[in-house]
Design a protein around this ligand. Structure first.
Ligand code: PMP
Length: 405
């Protein structure tokens, strides 16, 4: 199989948009990816043919909705090579997945226990552990980030001890693009018997995921960053851990029996899925994964690497521009600052030329503080971007530089 970027672009209707007469160049894919027509169609199809509440209906539409909804769970299971479908919990996104784990963890932690996260977290994978530690009296430790934008793995090793109960880190940094050695980091934590969560919000789009090979206990990701809808995601967690954990939200579906004074809990995964689920978006996320998985993933990775390599080479020659984060293994992201102009000015002036990038702290304030910058301009690539778009970005940046200097 090969990779035909023109054919891919044809499948994304939004890419035909113009912004003030300029063709849209969408380089904000780490925030959210655009959706192929088949995903949009899957949503419309669901609402036009079988919209119904799942699991409890005694009629045709409910049966069909349930079948498609549960089939989408199987698609997620296969996508990350989870051993069991019961271990795949539908969430609203990575943030909720992390919060489900924090809820269970808070009940296990006590004073003297330690939790380790890193200095490159998205706030979702940091503030949550801060709160879990505050509630339980446990201590939060963080792995420092090197000047290269890589984690200090010696420091990580030194932080691990018999007190370490839980470790969390991102597969790929949303702010710098650093790809972390998650398998090795997991193995180290496991030597001390700690539970491990990988924040896969950025990893799922750019790398093939095999949770059994990684060896972690939890992997959380969002549908909207892998060509699916917003408001849906998945948390994978080991049955042996989740089955013992306290419930998360309470309500319908997550119970087994209820009396006026008490209740018993449903089996996994329903135990963690209180209330009416987001059926249509789950089905459309399944379609997004089906679409992505049908592509030659190695060719996709090679294409995204070519985009990043080309952009990095142009950035290195660009006077007055400093790249933040130069890890050896990066995916999808080029973050930078310029000598003149705040990142917000850069974003504004690029937008005037039809180019969408993200500016600011990228929900990673401690990381921005580490690099002593107020924020960065972040260019993030996806499957449908082209080398010509990268050239157009740097031509536009030249104009930006002349306006801000
Ligand atoms: N972690 C990382 C690394 C992210 O990039 C994001 C989204 N920017 C999140 C967590 C949170 O994902 P969501 O907003 O989809 O819940």
């Amino acid at each position: 199989m090969s990779f035909d970027v023109a054919a891919i672009r044809e499948q994304f209707p939004i890419l035909k948009r113009e912004i003030d007469g300029n063709p849209l160049i969408y380089l904000d894919n780490a925030a959210t990816t655009q959706k192929p027509q088949c995903v949009i169609d899957a949503l419309v199809e669901y609402y036009t043919t079988c919209n119904s509440n799942v699991h409890r209906g005694a009629h045709r539409l409910a049966d069909e909705a349930t079948r498609h909804f549960e089939a989408a769970r199987d698609i997620v299971k296969d996508f990350i090579n989870a051993p069991k479908r019961e271990e795949v919990i539908w969430t609203t996104g990575t943030t909720e997945g992390i919060n489900i784990v924090a809820n269970g963890l808070a009940a296990l932690l006590s004073a003297g226990d330690e939790v380790i996260a890193t200095g490159m977290e998205h706030h979702a994978n940091l503030v949550t552990w801060q709160q879990a530690c505050k509630a339980s009296g446990a201590t939060l430790k963080t792995v420092p980030v090197l000047e290269s934008g890589e984690l200090d793995l010696d420091a990580y090793q030194a932080l691990l001890s018999a007190h370490t109960k839980f470790v969390a880190f991102p597969h790929v940094s949303n702010a710098l693009g650093t790809v972390n050695p998650i398998k090795e980091m997991t193995a180290k934590a496991k030597q001390f018997g700690a539970l491990v969560l990988v924040d896969g919000a950025q990893g799922a789009a750019h790398r093939k995921i095999d949770v059994q090979e990684i060896g972690c206990d939890f992997y959380a990701f969002s549908g909207h960053k892998i060509y699916g809808p917003m408001g849906i995601g998945a948390l994978w967690g080991k049955e042996s851990v989740l089955a013992e954990w306290p419930v998360w939200r309470t309500g319908g579906e997550m119970i087994s029996t209820v009396t006026l004074q008490d209740a018993t809990w449903n089996v996994l995964p329903y135990r963690f899925e209180a209330g009416t689920p987001n059926v249509g978006d789950a089905i459309a996320m399944g379609e997004a994964i089906r679409w992505l998985s049908a592509l030659d993933r190695e060719a996709v990775e090679a294409h995204e690497k070519a985009l990043l390599d080309h952009a990095t080479a142009l950035a290195e020659q660009f006077e007055g521009l400093t790249i933040i984060g130069k890890a050896r293994d990066k995916a999808g992201v080029l973050s930078f600052v310029m000598d003149h102009g705040h990142p917000a000015d850069i974003g504004f002036l690029l937008d005037r030329q039809g180019i969408a990038v993200r500016t600011g702290d990228h929900c990673a304030q401690p990381l921005m503080a580490r690099f002593n910058v107020p924020g960065t301009a972040r260019v993030s690539f996806s499957i449908y971007n082209t080398l010509e778009e990268v050239d157009a970005l740097f031509a536009a940046l030249k104009k930006v530089r002349s306006m801000l200097a």
